[in-house]
Design a protein around this ligand. Structure first.
Ligand code: URA
Length: 232
């Protein structure tokens, strides 16, 4: 099967070795590799956003606030077409107050880049805003205490498509308990606002299980194709 330049670049960014002929190498060198397709951006400010940020920063709705250094609200374009939703802040995110700034975040940035999307163009948020101790899975009560923040973020950003990273994000967004292996690579819907949702593996999992990166690539292609086919 012939591999496109973007496919090749994606696999390279993810650290998957790919055999290429010399001609192909020359082509990649010429094109610079990454497809520079970009997604649309709007610019509609909303003062409610600041209020929501402040509310999250002061939140004491669940016991996780005792152990946090900073809340992690979210980052990126408030009017993005793409929203990426992860699980919860890790150690580095808790220190910096920004989502996906650790090793998993670097891989996420590469995954987006391979899709032709700059990180600043998407909006990135998590299911919960405070780091659970020792990065354990968020408890159901913690997710419930944080849920309305994410709902408001999604309603404000109104993305055209959501990429859910990992089991915790997928199951909580879709309100299912289906294993991630059966959720990934398909199109679901965020029911509240009828926004398409594609699920893939969490980048932290991909760092631990690099063989699964090829499946993640398939999922990202599903998401990219779905986005391309959305009505204007
Ligand atoms: N993992 C997540 O799910 N979210 C982050 O922000 C960082 C790591």
């Amino acid at each position: 099967m012939t591999m496109t330049v973007r496919q090749h670049e994606y696999l390279k960014l993810l650290g998957i070795d790919v055999w290429v002929s010399r001609d192909r190498d020359a082509l990649l060198a010429e094109t610079g590799g990454v497809d520079t397709t970009t997604v649309g951006m709007n610019t509609v400010p909303d003062s409610d956003w600041t209020g929501l940020r402040e509310q999250v920063a002061a939140c004491t709705n669940c016991p996780l606030h005792h152990g946090r250094t900073m809340t992690v609200f979210g980052s990126g374009s408030e009017t993005a077409d793409w929203m990426v939703i992860g699980e919860a802040p890790g150690a580095e995110e808790d220190r910096q107050g920004e989502p996906f700034v650790g090793r998993a975040g670097q891989l996420l940035t590469s995954m987006l880049k391979a899709m032709g999307i700059q990180r600043q163009q998407v909006y990135i948020a998590n299911i919960i805003k405070c780091r659970p101790p020792a990065n354990r899975d968020p408890a159901a009560e913690e997710v419930a205490a944080c849920e309305s923040y994410l709902q408001q973020q999604i309603a404000h950003v109104r993305p055209r498509i959501i990429l859910a990273l990992g089991r915790v994000a997928a199951q909580n967004l879709l309100k299912v308990d289906t294993p991630i292996g059966r959720l990934r690579g398909q199109c679901f819907e965020y029911a509240e606002l009828q926004i398409p949702v594609v699920v893939t593996y969490h980048p932290a999992y991909l760092l631990r299980s690099p063989k699964e990166k090829r499946k993640a690539w398939d999922d990202l292609q599903v998401a990219t194709n779905l986005y391309a086919g959305l009505p204007a």
